[in-house]
Design a protein around this ligand. Structure first.
Ligand code: 5GP
Length: 203
């Protein structure tokens, strides 16, 4: 059986990652969404174990020591990490896994798994990003400034990603369609079908 593929979806806060990912999952593809651990406080409506595993700094650092994380990063002063248990068993069982993580974590994933597919999701422009962040009304001005500064750093890693998608205002379905196309294309990659020549010759 062939292994599942790791899909990494990154993009600045305000790029619409969560919505795009949720819509993609609703298409009924063979995807597991990797639920990360974080030390940040839950936002309104977020559930422990569904949106994130919400843990303390001590718990997270204990997890780092015990190799609990496939990758992890510090983002605007909080830890975020992908538990190995959210990824490895699924990949081994042939299930694709989608990770919604920031760029430093994405680089760690690519380092460990050359077949991982990295997708950068972007708003139409930097100023559109600022508008979206303010529009959410969930963050303090200080956090907004931190996130905008971070977005500048993130775009510098643009060429380390395999694909990029623009989430135009009001065009989210188009964006989901493109992501689905990227996902579906992976099954035709020769590298994802190492056993094919043998099967071909024996038939
Ligand atoms: P937020 O606080 O807005 O939910 O997430 C902040 C950033 O952390 C986002 O870019 C999000 O994609 C990223 N993030 C969430 N989970 C993980 C993770 O497990 N690892 C890494 N490296 N980043 C994550």
């Amino acid at each position: 059986m062939s292994k599942g593929t790791v899909f990494v979806l990154s993009g600045p806060a305000g790029s619409g990652k969560s919505t795009v990912r949720q819509r993609l999952m609703e298409k009924g593809l063979n995807f597991h969404y990797s639920v990360s651990d974080t030390t940040r406080k839950p936002r309104k409506g977020e559930q422990d174990g569904v949106d994130y595993g919400f843990v303390t700094k001590e718990q997270f650092e204990e997890g780092i020591k015990n190799n609990r994380y496939y990758e992890f990063a510090n983002y605007t002063g909080e830890y975020y990490g992908t538990p190995v248990s959210q990824l490895t068993p699924y990949i081994e069982a042939g299930v694709n896994v989608i990770l919604e993580i920031e760029v430093n974590g994405a680089m760690q994933v690519k380092e460990k798994d050359k077949n991982a597919v990295l997708v950068m999701l972007l708003p139409p422009s930097y100023s559109a990003l600022e508008d979206r962040l303010r529009g959410r009304g969930t963050e303090t001005e200080e956090k907004i400034q931190k996130r905008l500064a971070r977005a500048k750093e993130e775009i510098e890693l643009f060429d380390k990603y395999d694909y990029f998608l623009i989430n135009e205002d009001g065009q989210i379905d188009e964006c989901v369609k493109q992501l689905q196309m990227i996902a579906e294309t992976q099954q035709y990659k020769t590298k994802n079908n190492p056993d094919f020549p043998i099967k071909f010759l024996n038939n």
